[in-house]
Design a protein around this ligand. Structure first.
Ligand code: HEM
Ligand SMILES: [Cu+2]
Length: 641
């Protein structure tokens, strides 16, 4: 098939219709490859290498967050325990919540997008690859900063939402709350930058023929998610930046004595904070859709309904934030509105669940490890949704606000809605990432251990919560009658954490010794399975042409492809937004050390500005230098000709 690209190929440049087979593969791999050695490693702009680092880093933060949770559960196992004192306990739940939400929850969804979206839309790299590299380093440095602070006993202790006045200058002197606030800035910058790369990749780099209704559901989920990120995160940047200004330079945004407003902080935070839970959930719906379709062996039931539900969820998620503030003394009418909107969002979520069940029902499901975790997700997430509907009613919420009932609820939705699908996604895409299969036998053991461990940990918390046990207390008296259920929760936490150790063992041992996978071990239909496992640096030797939603099911023998791209230059096809028609050819950036340098300069600026506002002035100089290096114009091939 002929390329529709309009620039006339230059005669002296080798194009992919002039070479074939192994030679084409090797030459493209050279053009798109990453240099060895430290500088090469730090300069890479390959979305797969960065995506893999992103995924591994986010999962390591999941472990750190989990570890801090296990210490909390050990402390709560028996009444009047003296394992950790109140100060350390405050830091533990803050580090746990903050790590889980900002260093695991948001990044893990974007990390999978960085790796998979370019492959799934049939292109060779993510849009703005250097920005993407920069984002990863900024995220890494922000996460390291807060954990180093915790190790040095200057970690935050104000909870994952750092309410004022507790986190303000009066009640939190010292640097603890600043570390929390500045870590937010790091993750915001990187989160938004990645979201932009993903949106542009989906809009402009799709393979020819991938019209809007042929975009894989996973890609739709990541697209909607990226928009939610772009609209939600600025609210929390505003919250954390103004908090730091109140603390550092004596502004009074949140100080009622000087005309500020403490509730303003809660509004800003939750205007981000509620969409945040969808930022954690939406990518998971993408994992679920991909896995359900593959293992049901049929196209998704209700593709259009699923896409529309995703978009509806994205919109509605911005209209619910006040349900986190029911006990702040809202006007009655306001509270009723947010009760109604909170219940409303159950509708698109319900539609998605029904579409997935219908797909499985009508398909020929194959119960391998990924599908087991998806079924676990159905049970746990729906249970969390039900307690969510309960909490949306103001009288009930007023009773159980800040009790362990709420802790139970949000772990059912977060772990059910994100961690179970994530585990499924790892089992599912591991062969693509590494070229090897994970052990199915360990996977089944892992599933039952995780499913039982999870429920034994978190189900009893509903009851302790209803019995009145508040969250964020480091211990309790034996007379309260909470001891047995807490011991049960703690035992469950050990089981649950054990399931992750088994998971890690499975990952490490399968990466070394697992059976070879081949390109498409699950017989899946989307384009990432057309690439080698693990994919070559160029992803595809020739860019596929998409005629169907599951191209690999429609063209079992050979995919139609376009030819005409350069073999010696990093050229990609840029396509039109709605029809995915090839529009032009464009070269994409080469590897560069400057994004890494810029991330270091950003880190110096951000960390410095926790101590003095002058860091913003002086810190911008090295940052400007690195940006100049980054954007320094290089004579492009076109100019040279
Ligand atoms: C090993 C698994 C986990 C265990 C045993 C666990 C346990 C706990 C416990 C006991 C608390 C309440 C502490 C207190 O209020 O006194 C808590 C809080 C929290 N957890 Fe988890 N958790 C786990 C995993 C997760 C995951 C995967 C997420 C998110 C994706 C998460 C998000 C949170 C948040 C946001 C808080 C609130 C922190 C705060 O009060 O500031 N947890 N967790
Ligand atoms: Cu909410």
């Amino acid at each position: 098939m002929q390329s529709e690209a309009d620039a006339p190929p230059s005669p002296d440049e080798l194009r992919d219709d002039q070479v074939d087979g192994a030679e084409l593969t090797a030459r493209l791999a050279k053009t798109w490859g990453t240099d060895k050695g430290l500088v090469g490693t730090l300069s890479t702009v390959d979305h797969k290498i960065i995506g893999r680092r992103y995924i591994i880093t986010a999962i390591l933060f999941l472990f750190l967050g989990g570890l801090s949770a296990v210490v909390m559960r050990m402390q709560l196992a028996v009444p009047e325990n003296r394992l950790v004192g109140p100060d350390l306990y405050n830091q533990l739940f803050t580090m746990h919540g903050t790590t889980m939400m900002f260093l695991f929850g948001v990044p893990i969804g974007e990390a999978f997008a960085v790796y998979l979206v370019p492959l799934m839309v049939g292109t060779r790299n993510i849009a703005f690859p250097r920005l993407n590299a920069y984002s990863y380093y900024v995220y890494l440095f922000g996460g390291l900063m807060i954990w180093v602070a915790f190790m040095l006993n200057i970690g935050p202790d104000v909870g994952w939402f750092a309410y004022v006045p507790l986190s303000g200058p009066e009640f939190s002197p010292g640097k603890r709350a600043d570390f929390w606030a500045q870590m937010i800035t790091f993750t915001e910058v990187s989160g938004i930058a990645v979201a932009i790369s993903i949106i542009v990749t989906v809009f402009k780099l799709r393979a020819p023929g991938m019209t809007l209704d042929r975009i894989p559901l996973f890609v739709w989920a990541e697209l909607v998610n990226s928009f939610v990120i772009i609209f939600a995160l600025p609210a929390v940047v505003t919250a954390s930046a103004t908090l730091m200004m109140d603390r550092l330079v004596g502004t009074h945004f949140f100080n009622p004595a000087e005309g500020g407003d403490a509730l303003l902080y809660q509004h800003l935070f939750w205007f981000f904070g509620h969409p945040e839970v969808y930022i954690i959930f939406l990518p998971a719906t993408g994992w679920v859709s991909a896995i359900v379709v593959t293992f049901a062996r049929r196209q998704a039931f209700g593709y259009i309904a699923l896409v529309l539900s995703l978009i509806a969820t994205g919109f509605l998620s911005f209209g619910l934030w006040v349900h986190h503030m029911f006990t702040t003394g809202l006007p009655q009418l306001g509270a009723s509105f947010f009760t109604a909107s909170s219940m409303l969002i159950a509708i698109p979520n319900g539609i998605q669940i029904f579409c997935w069940i219908a797909t499985l029902w009508d398909g020929r499901p194959v119960f391998r490890a990924p599908l087991l975790f998806i079924i676990g997700f159905f049970f746990i997430f729906v249970a969390g949704g039900l307690s969510g509907i309960m909490l949306a009613s103001v009288p009930l919420d007023t009773q159980v606000h800040d009790t362990f009932f709420v802790v139970a609820h949000f772990h059912y939705v977060l772990i059910g809605g994100n961690v179970f699908p994530l585990i499924a996604a790892v089992y599912y895409w591991f062969p693509k990432f590494t070229g090897r299969m994970m052990s199915e036998r360990l996977g089944k053991w892992h599933f039952w251990l995780a499913f039982i461990g999870f429920n034994v940990t978190f189900f009893p918390m509903h009851i302790t919560g209803l019995m009145g046990m508040p969250r964020r207390v480091y211990t309790y008296l034996p007379e309260m009658g909470w001891a047995n259920l807490n011991l049960l929760s703690s035992a469950g936490a050990v089981l649950f954490f054990g399931s992750f150790v088994l998971f890690l063992y499975n990952i490490v041992s399968s990466a070394r010794r697992g059976p070879l996978a081949g390109p498409n071990p699950w017989d899946a239909g989307t384009l990432e399975w057309a690439a080698a496992s693990p994919p070559m640096p160029q992803n595809f030797d020739r860019i596929p042409v998409v005629t169907n939603r599951e191209p690999l099911w429609a063209h079992r023998d050979s995919l139609p492809v376009v030819a005409g791209l350069s073999v010696e230059n990093r050229e990609q096809i840029v396509s039109t937004i709605t029809h995915g028609r090839a529009d032009l050819r464009e070269s994409t950036p080469e590897p560069s050390i400057w994004p890494f340098m810029a991330a270091i300069a950003t880190t110096i600026l951000f960390v410095g500005s926790m101590f003095t506002p002058w860091a913003l002035v002086w810190g911008s100089i090295p940052l400007a230098v690195t940006l100049m290096g980054w954007f320094w114009p290089k004579p492009s091939m076109e100019d040279e000709r």
